[in-house]
Design a protein around this ligand. Structure first.
Ligand code: TYD
Length: 202
């Protein structure tokens, strides 16, 4: 029996990761894995209530970080660790790299504060694999423009997303063994071919 893995999907809003995540999880299931799909912020009843606040209520950047990590702690303890322990693979739509990218890169919260929270909340847990859907900001913006109800993050300017993108790429560079960089500007079928390779490597 394979040891269950923890896999996270990351990228700027509009990169298309959510669509690919559903397909990726289904592919793992077809190969016989028991798979749990979850998301951040969210993934627990408390986390989903915090998500509602985080996505809609203006707040100080560091309040935002603290609430993200509060939701995350609950998610890890209630959902992620129990699943991995019973042999279920966990695929999460976002995790801590999003805090480094959005709150760190986008909002300018100091890296050292984020690292402190990361150590506090999950010193003993990191994703086995993180798929980073990278895309030029203008292309991502174009995709979002069809969307009628944009949340507090999606309403940010291109300059914010440029900083988010660069912070993601910096994380990827810092942890090359954990990250797989996916070119999300390709047509969906090409992205699937890349994901298929990732599944095979697992
Ligand atoms: P997202 O994952 O894009 O969901 P949807 O596809 O339903 O819009 O929305 C979550 C938003 O939360 C996204 O804009 C990024 C933001 N976010 C952070 O800023 N920091 C974090 O730590 C996490 C997990 C998400």
């Amino acid at each position: 029996m394979s040891i269950a893995k923890f896999i996270t999907f990351e990228g700027v809003d509009g990169a298309g990761k959510s669509t690919h995540l559903a397909w990726f999880a289904e592919t793992l299931r077809q190969r016989g894995m028991d798979v749990l799909v979850t998301r951040e912020p969210g993934g627990t009843p408390l986390g989903e209530r915090l998500r509602e606040i985080l996505l809609n209520q203006p707040m100080h950047a560091e309040t935002e970080v603290l609430l993200m990590f509060a939701a995350r702690l609950e998610h890890i303890e209630q959902v992620i660790k129990p699943a991995l322990q019973r042999g279920t693979w966990v695929v999460s739509d976002r995790f801590s790299d999003a805090s480094f990218a959005y709150q760190g890169g986008g909002r300018g919260v100091p890296l050292e504060k984020l690292e402190q929270l990361e150590r506090w909340v999950h010193a003993d847990l990191q994703p086995d694999l993180t798929l980073l859907f990278d895309i030029p900001v203008e292309v991502a913006r174009q995709r979002l423009s069809n969307n009628t109800s944009l949340d507090r993050f999606e309403q940010e300017q291109s300059s914010f997303f440029e900083k988010v993108r660069q912070a993601y790429l910096a994380r990827c560079k810092k942890h090359p063994q954990r990250f797989a960089l996916i070119d999300a500007s390709q047509p969906p079928d090409k992205v699937k071919v890349d994901l298929e390779k990732v599944v095979t490597s697992l």
